[in-house]
Design a protein around this ligand. Structure first.
Ligand code: ADP
Length: 421
């Protein structure tokens, strides 16, 4: 098996897929692992992305998880390590970006790294160390009210300094604009001045492509998913459709949707408007003891040979609120996730081999129920959402697309199945 080039550690599941998707588009063959792999990879990969759930756990736990991922990646030949966090730099003064970065640096015995969540394709830009979300500063973007990681300061040098022991500096836009040699020169100066981490400005993809060559040979890179587009050339890898090549699709097609976001609601409506069969799940019926999963599978069984079916709990805000008032917010969420995960499992037993799941938490529940441990990353359906391929514990293959709520165009479901054929 060819050696892995890039070993990636992502602090959450959908963030891992986002990074994997960017690497595939830049020409790398990528496998995403749910947690640290416990067996050999199912397919050859230039990059492996280990998806952790370490963004908001206590810092010491995030460090332990990340070091375990690092050990596996290094043992399996990773030449460079990429620590991926959110493009809104989600963290608190306790971490976890700073503590994880410094623990990885220590384990890799390296004295300098960079940090930048810049992702211009997604309207995340960094200027003079300040993070902008679209037209506004991070601290005015709504992220200042985040329940777990409120971001009230847009100056990332200050934000990262508050959670790091080493000194945090800046490689600003004037340096980045002058390219690789200027960036390497600035890194040398910062190191001589005792800095160990530098926030890097980037406003455009061109900035990221200028940054890429300057990161060649750096043991650890830390970033959002944007920086990934400039790294594959360092390993002699060019964009190619072969990177996203998956085994041929087989079996029936189905969509399971537990997302109530606006984009998903439109996709559900569009699917129904196209005349395709769709079944709504009522959480209150589940709560009153009906075996809604069995009912859904009985409904789907005769329809599957004719084309894709949709099972959804997607509902408007008023309906969701009323359900939550009756069942409790968390109880309602958990009950719907459990039901949809059971339905996904049942659909696969009925012969579905092309499965779309809408909703971040819903996707997590389905992946767990199906026993998916690794996914080979394929072609992008819409920005941030690729088709993936997993080998199930039964040995059977499954094409899987996991869509977080607000992603995708209104015709996403139809478009996704079309792309796979
Ligand atoms: P998104 O990516 O859009 O946020 P998620 O799957 O992450 O979607 O979250 C949606 C949450 O809402 C899940 O916990 C899901 O179980 C819950 N949910 C889905 N449909 C309903 C509903 N009709 N009533 C109450 N809760 C629901």
């Amino acid at each position: 098996m060819a050696a892995m080039k890039l070993g990636c550690i992502a602090d959450d599941f959908t963030g891992a897929t986002d990074l994997a998707n960017n690497l595939v588009r830049a020409g790398m063959r990528v496998t995403q692992s749910i947690g640290v792999p416990t067996c050999a990879l199912h397919s050859e990969a230039d990059a492996v992305v280990v998806a952790l759930k370490s963004r908001t756990v206590p810092a010491a736990e995030a460090v332990d998880q990340s070091l375990a991922a690092l050990r596996w990646l290094k043992a399996n030949g990773a030449e460079q390590i990429y620590f991926k966090y959110c493009s809104t730099f989600d963290s608190t003064p306790q971490g976890n970006i700073g503590p994880v970065t410094e623990a990885l640096m220590q384990a890799l015995n390296t004295r300098f790294t960079i940090a930048t969540p810049a992702f211009p394709d997604n309207k995340r830009t960094v200027f003079k160390g300040h993070l902008f979300i679209g037209e506004v500063l991070l601290s005015e973007s709504g992220m200042q009210n985040h329940p777990l990681t409120p971001m009230t300061d847009s100056n990332l040098v200050r934000v990262l300094q508050a959670q790091s022991r080493g000194k945090v500096g800046l490689i600003d836009h004037l340096v980045v604009a002058r390219g690789e040699l200027a960036i390497r020169g600035r890194i040398g100066v910062l190191q001589a001045q005792g800095f160990s981490i530098a926030i890097v400005d980037a406003l455009t993809n061109e900035d990221l492509m200028r940054l890429g060559p300057a990161l060649k040979g750096m043991a650890l890179v830390t970033a959002g998913s944007g920086v990934a587009i400039g790294l594959p050339p360092n390993f002699g890898i060019e964009p190619s459709s072969r990177a996203s090549h998956l085994p041929l699709p087989a079996g029936w097609q189905a969509v399971v949707s537990g997302s109530c976001s606006l984009a998903t609601s439109q996709q559900v409506q569009e699917f129904i408007r196209s005349g395709a069969p769709a079944l709504a799940i009522d959480p209150l019926r589940v709560a009153s003891g009906f075996d809604v999963a069995a009912e859904a599978l009985d409904w789907a069984r005769p329809l599957l040979p004719r084309g894709p079916v949709l099972v959804y709990s997607t509902a408007d805000a008023g309906t969701v609120k009323s359900t939550q008032q009756q069942l409790g917010v968390e109880e309602a969420g958990a009950l719907v996730e459990r039901t949809l995960a059971g339905i996904a499992q049942g659909l696969v037993k009925l012969g579905v081999r092309q499965l779309l799941v809408a909703g971040g938490e819903t996707a997590g529940a389905c992946v767990q129920a199906l026993g998916v441990a690794q996914m080979q990353i394929g072609p992008q359906i819409d920005p941030g959402v690729p088709w993936c391929y997993a080998v199930l514990p039964t040995g059977e293959g499954l094409h899987l697309a996991l869509k977080s709520g607000n992603f995708g165009a209104p015709n996403f479901f139809g478009k996704a199945f079309g792309l796979l054929q």
